[in-house]
Design a protein around this ligand. Structure first.
Ligand code: KG4
Ligand code: ZN
Length: 349
């Protein structure tokens, strides 16, 4: 560990690092090699979507087992594609949490073994910090401060990114995450798994004004609440089915998507304007939503606010974003020793 500490000190002094990053917090096994937090030398992943589809959601035991099978070959593949031998990597990064504990443990154990074997620094990364950092890869000129809307399957946060690794929480969901709400709505509409992208696609062909839904109004200026919308949708669909009437799935999907997106966009814009932030960024799986991207482009454009969105493959879970976040953590001395443990409820702030 002394070797690793000395190596971390050298990398920090030189302001450089080529990092091998591992992400296994949910249902994607992902490995990437990232240089100086911005240059992706390789990024590979194995999606477990097909495995979980039969169950309509992620089955934790199956996820863990598949991570075990996929991880070592993916580490080899990431190194091969980067054209690097393992010895030339400077540090190992891994998602510590939040996520499924069994899934996280596979990544953390593998990263610890690699760091121990090579005497390299081990860098623990918060999954949400990874999502935010996807923007650093996609936009070489983006630097803090900025406001970031992080919307994924487990989180809906508005963060003020004061500096690399320094965040202020402006608001968050009081109940369901946006992605969770999309997934649930999709299940009620009997759309294919995973629900969010299916609902997004179907909504493109529907009438967004067909179904009247309540406007969420949580008290906090930057907070979210999606459970009322979800209940309204469930009730509307059940009523139609009970009456033996056809469920206009595209119209309902479009109406639901509009309600969620309007809420996400309105409060993210409000946070950016109130704080006078120089830019707004999007992150997390829901940042792949087509309507959210269009609406924010329009609103930020009208307000003259620079808007940053990662490309779709960097919105959903991947390891490149973990490698980016890890670089900035390493530069602040944030390394762990081999007692590192997975933390399914890890706090960001
Ligand atoms: O960030 P992510 O890959 O994993 C988590 O950290 O949760 O986000 C996955 C979530 C899922 O809920 C998924 O349905 C949602 O992001 N999602 C979408 C879209 N693509 C992914 N939701 C709405 N529209 C999309 N196009
Ligand atoms: Zn995620």
């Amino acid at each position: 560990m002394d070797d690793a500490r000395a190596q971390a000190g050298r990398l920090r002094a030189e302001g450089r690092a080529t990092i091998l990053a591992i992400e296994t917090s949910c249902d994607e096994t992902a490995v990437a090699v990232v240089r100086e937090g911005r240059h992706v030398l390789s990024s590979v992943l194995h999606s477990q979507i097909a495995l979980h589809a039969a169950y309509g959601g992620v089955v934790p035991e199956i996820a863990s087992r598949k991570h075990v099978e996929s991880l070592n070959p993916l580490v080899d593949e990431a190194l091969r594609r980067a054209g690097l031998a393992f010895e030339t990597v400077d540090a190992i990064a891994v998602t510590q949490g939040p996520g499924l504990v069994g899934a996280l443990l596979i990544g953390v154990t593998c990263a610890k073994a690699l760091a121990f074997a090579a005497g390299k620094p081990l860098i623990p990364v918060h999954h949400i910090e990874g999502h935010v950092s996807a923007n650093y890869i996609a936009h070489p000129n983006l630097a803090p401060p900025f406001v970031c809307l992080v919307a994924s399957g487990g989180h809906s946060h508005i963060l003020y990114v004061e500096d690399y690794g320094r965040y202020r929480l402006l608001g968050q969901t009081l109940d369901d995450a946006a992605g969770e709400a999309f997934d649930k709505a999709a299940r009620v509409l009997r759309l294919p798994y995973p629900g969010g992208p299916s609902l997004d696609e179907l909504a493109e062909r529907g009438d967004p004004h067909a179904l009247a839904l309540p406007k969420p109004a949580p008290a906090g200026r930057y907070d979210y609440s999606f459970s009322g919308l979800k209940t309204a949708l469930v009730n509307a669909v059940h009523k139609l089915r009970q009456a033996g009437r056809e469920v206009p799935a595209a119209d309902i999907a479009a109406s639901f998507r509009r309600a969620v997106v309007e809420s996400l966009a309105e409060r993210a814009m409000r946070a950016a304007m109130d704080t006078g932030a120089p830019a707004l960024a999007l992150a997390g799986g829901v940042a792949a939503n087509r309507l959210l991207r269009r609406v924010l482009q329009e609103e930020a454009g009208a307000a003259g606010l620079p808007l940053y969105m990662p490309p779709l493959e960097l919105c959903t879970d991947n390891a490149a974003m973990i490698g980016s976040a890890a670089f900035y953590r390493l530069m602040r001395g944030g390394i762990a020793d081999l007692s590192l443990n997975a933390d399914p409820g890890l706090a960001l702030l």
